[in-house]
Design a binder for this molecule. Structure first.
Ligand code: ZN
Length: 460
């Protein structure tokens, strides 16, 4: 059987191109999963993924994986950034087979004819480049750049679920055409027995273990149902409906009343799931102690942007004065300003590190006279969200939008989702993820220093 490796670009610590709240890695993943689903549903093909969730994977891990698996085709899915708009495809700019060139042409054209007119997509053409995943993979390999994350018009299209669905289908059809994948036969309907369908993979795993303890074999079959990822537990597939019904009864007898049958390709209603308890991330408050020192904040940001201004001292001192986690607020500033490189709406001269009042193109938000006032306003704006108290004695009101906030509406960073950033379902999580990196970086630095001090002691 033909083996295809689908590689959703970036992931985990590496967001890829970012623009405002858009992160390349998320678009890459949702397209890749849809391409996989389409191919698996309609063709006899072995699909392997370099990632199926938001995890960090190096380029080496990706190319080695495909080589070890002896894949026939490698498909990497990315979005573009930094000047321009539209779609382009890449093959390696060194020696490639005629087959690779043919694949590029077939897949590129299939995608373009499906979306160019419908969504007004610019065709940037078939290109060649020295990308790692194209160079280091030993099979035919193609990389797609699906629109520009940092182009307003393209971003709007990327945020349209119909486009994501259409482009994914077109990519899958192009791949099937190029590789002549055999279609699944329409006859021979299978009756699959589903012993649970969960949003949380862990619950699905628990169900598989439970079934096994009762002597019933099953496996997890991930599936997308109206845009949501579910993990179905499939306990058998039968050509005869009676046999499937018999299996369902057996499963009901061991205490799973929700077991049901689906015929292949049919979407089943998901089982209701109890609401999970809040995660530590969701409980992490805005108010609290500042643990990191000013120079540790500045040191961290300079690992990414050596030109970053020295704002650590202000975040620490104003954080402490207002009882806000100044170090986590600093992580928020990093998120808002892209490590103080100001690649979004707000520009450097505004000293607005929290995007206060920045609502869209042509509306970059407020400006502050000095960096210190900018930080103070940021902390004050957080204070408006996290507390109902008055401004601490001795401080002036410097945040012009302080009184527009419903006081005390967000106690945690994740409660800022959809409030500080609209829309936004991952805003607080992004801040905490940066904060976690700051803590890790500082721990490493301290370990290093400890080693140096020990060496010195040893010398004396
Ligand atoms: Zn990329």
């Amino acid at each position: 059987m033909t083996t295809i490796v689908i590689d959703p670009g970036h992931g985990g610590n590496d967001p890829g191109a970012t623009y405002r709240n858009a992160q390349e890695k998320n678009y890459n993943l949702s397209i890749a999963l849809k391409v996989r689903d389409y191919l698996q549903k309609n063709h006899n093909v072995n699909i392997l993924m370099t990632r199926t969730s938001d995890i960090t994977k190096s380029l080496n891990e990706r190319s080695s994986f495909a080589n070890v698996k002896n894949a026939d085709f490698y498909l990497s899915i990315h979005n573009n950034a930094a000047g321009g708009r539209g779609f382009e495809s890449y093959i390696y700019n060194g020696t490639v087979s005629q087959q690779t060139k043919n694949y590029q042409t077939i897949i590129h054209n299939e995608i373009m004819s499906a979306v160019r007119q419908k969504y007004g997509i610019t065709d940037r053409g078939q290109k060649r480049a020295n990308f790692h995943v194209l160079r280091e993979t030993e099979m035919n390999a193609l990389l797609l750049e699906v629109l520009f994350v940092d182009n307003e018009a393209d971003l709007k299209i990327l945020n349209n679920p119909n486009f994501i669905s259409d482009v994914s289908t077109a990519i899958a059809k192009g791949v099937a055409k190029a590789l002549s994948l055999p279609a699944k036969s329409p006859e021979g309907v299978l009756y699959k027995v589903i012993a649970g369908s969960f949003k949380d993979r862990k619950n699905a795993k628990d169900r598989v273990s439970f079934l096994l303890s009762k002597g019933i074999g099953s496996f997890i079959a991930p599936t997308m149902i109206t845009g949501t990822q579910y993990y179905r537990v499939q306990a058998g597939a039968f050509a005869k409906k009676e046999n499937a019904e018999e299996q369902v009864n057996k499963i009901k007898e061991i205490g799973i009343p929700g077991a049901f049958i689906i015929t292949e390709g049919e979407e089943a209603p998901p089982e209701p799931e109890p609401t999970p308890p809040p995660t530590p991330e969701e409980l992490f408050t805005i108010n609290g102690n500042t643990l990191l020192h000013a120079h540790q904040l500045d040191d961290f940001v300079r690992t990414v942007n050596p030109e970053a201004p020295s704002l650590g001292q202000y975040y620490v001192s104003y954080g402490k004065a207002y009882g806000i986690r100044g170090d986590a607020a600093y992580a928020q500033a990093i998120h808002e300003t892209d490590y103080f490189r100001f690649t979004g709406l707000v520009n450097k001269e505004q000293n607005n590190y929290a995007g206060i009042g920045a609502t869209g193109p042509g509306n970059p938000g407020v400006s502050f006279a000095t960096p210190e006032i900018g930080v103070h306003a940021h902390i004050q704006h957080l204070y408006a969200y996290s507390s109902t108290n008055t401004i601490p004695a001795g401080f002036q009101l410097v945040d012009p939008r302080f009184n527009l906030v419903t006081r005390g509406i967000a106690q945690t960073w994740t409660e800022l989702n959809g409030r500080w950033a609209v829309p936004g379902t991952t805003y607080g999580q992004s801040i905490i993820s940066i904060y976690r990196r700051m803590l890790n970086h500082t721990i490493q630095e301290l370990d290093q220093q400890k080693q140096t001090l020990n060496d010195r002691l040893d010398e004396l």
